[in-house]
Design a protein around this ligand. Sequence first.
Ligand code: DO4
Ligand code: MG
Length: 285
Amino acid sequence: MRLIKYLSPSGSPAVGQLDGDRVIPLDLSPSRFHTLADILEDDDPAQAVRSLLDPGRQTLAADVAMLPPIDRQEVWAAGVTYQRSQVARMEESPAAASCYDRVYSSPRPELFFKATPHRVAGPGQPLRIRADSNWNVPEPEITLVLNSRLKLVGFTVGNDMSSRDIEGENPLYLPQAKVYNACCGLGPCITLADSMPPAESIQIRLAIRRAGEVAFAGTTSVAKMARSFDDLIQWLGRDNAFPHGAFLLTGTGVVPEREFTLQPGDLVAVSIDGIGTLTNPIVQG
Ligand code: DO4
Ligand code: MG
């Protein structure tokens, strides 16, 4: 089951089930659920959705403006969970190479705060390159959707936009390389956990189009991840409460070659099996 947030005809946020090319709205008005996050808190979110469906008002997905599928959750990210990221980071920053080398195989993962909801872009909304950065990449990451009990209730597509020159200059600059306006893409939907294909079979694809041509394309698979989802969740939850739930981006296994940098006007598409494609135009400053 795939769930979206979108703008209703009256202009307010609405929740729907994505069913093929159609959106079936949920009628939350008579219920104890006010948001998509409330539904994810339920012991049986799929059953909660079925009880709220309003098929008489279904529309074509192409006709609705989708929103990022986030409410008040925090957004966190894991890093250096794929060998490709370890190697790229060691090349990018000789001074910090041993940090990236060690964190790849240490029991404790790299976890960092990535975004508040207002810094997140949804389907079709612009993602940003910082004005003070010249070397930038998108990072396509399968993203865990966790409720307030840190139960893994679903998955979405994440884009962990990164300023490689800022991160590479000094590892203490990581928060500035990672956290700024429109630094994180999430969407297009949340697929409930029991509707996902087996994790080992999931492919993650990145395509960057520039002036209509493919400027970069790369693929990885969840099977290449050096850590399990459960391991990342238990580290995230150590002495750390998430009263509204959390999104956890799980790291990138696709990093373009050194010569590549994003440019304003690029169109970035991240596709993950079982979820769909998140596409965002790039702006700068
Ligand atoms: O340490 C830098 C960030 C790593 C990261 O974001 C990733 O591997 O995806
Ligand atoms: Mg990342």
